[in-house]
Design a protein around this ligand. Structure first.
Ligand code: GAR
Length: 201
């Protein structure tokens, strides 16, 4: 465990996939663009890119899922507490956050979603499905949203959004990469602002 004493906000991450947001936030912390310290990664996917990134960056990590334990929510909560995490960052985490985590970290769990919520959110709306829904709805704009996590999928208070235009000829794939690019701008900025807010309250 990292025992470094610092005034920086201790960040714990949950991620399921490639982990580009996770890496981007690590790099933002390193560049002092964000007053946080990446401490811990938990992934439900033992093959995730996020776990590789944690290894490469000397960040403690655990694989926790319904395959590894009977109550992942409880186990995740225990780890986050053991590591004294101040703020939990969902970085492409595809599982619902359970009641233990919500009770232990009220208004301390942030998520990024690849659409302009409230459009195209909710259960089952993640990854490519979101971008296909945008195209099917013929929306002229899409983007990314950072929000607080509550008991309902993608319904917590919105902290910030960045838009991108949907162009003629866009595909789910092209939208995914355009939205991901703005996610990498939006997420560190909003996390930084939120850390400022919680440190002033
Ligand atoms: C990101 O686009 C993120 O918004 C999305 O998964 C991707 C993860 O990419 N999250 C969701 O769909 C959550 N509902 P990454 O693993 O490269 O950060």
């Amino acid at each position: 465990m990292n025992k470094l004493v610092t005034n920086k906000t201790r960040l714990g991450f949950l991620a399921s996939g490639a982990g580009s947001n996770f890496l981007n936030i690590i790099e933002s912390c390193r560049a002092n663009a964000l007053n946080g310290l990446p401490i811990l990664l938990i992934s439900n996917n033992s093959n995730s890119g996020a776990i590789q990134i944690a290894k490469q960056n000397n960040i403690d990590y655990f694989h926790i899922s319904s395959k590894t334990c009977s109550d992942p929510d409880l186990e995740i909560t225990r780890k986050m507490k053991e590591y004294n995490i101040d703020l939990v960052i969902l970085a492409g985490y595809m599982k619902k956050i359970g009641s233990e985590m919500l009770a232990e970290f009220p208004s301390r769990i942030l998520n990024i979603h690849p659409s302009l919520l409230p459009r195209h959110g909710g259960a089952g709306m993640f990854g490519e499905k979101v971008h296909r829904a945008v195209l099917e709805s013929r929306d002229k704009k899409t983007g990314a949203t950072v929000h607080l996590v509550n008991e309902e999928f993608d319904k917590g208070r919105i902290l910030g959004q960045l838009e991108v235009d949907v162009a003629m000829g866009d595909t789910a794939e092209s939208l995914a990469s355009k939205v991901l690019a703005v996610e990498h701008i939006l997420y560190p900025k909003i996390i930084s602002e939120y850390i400022g807010q919680i440190n002033n309250t």
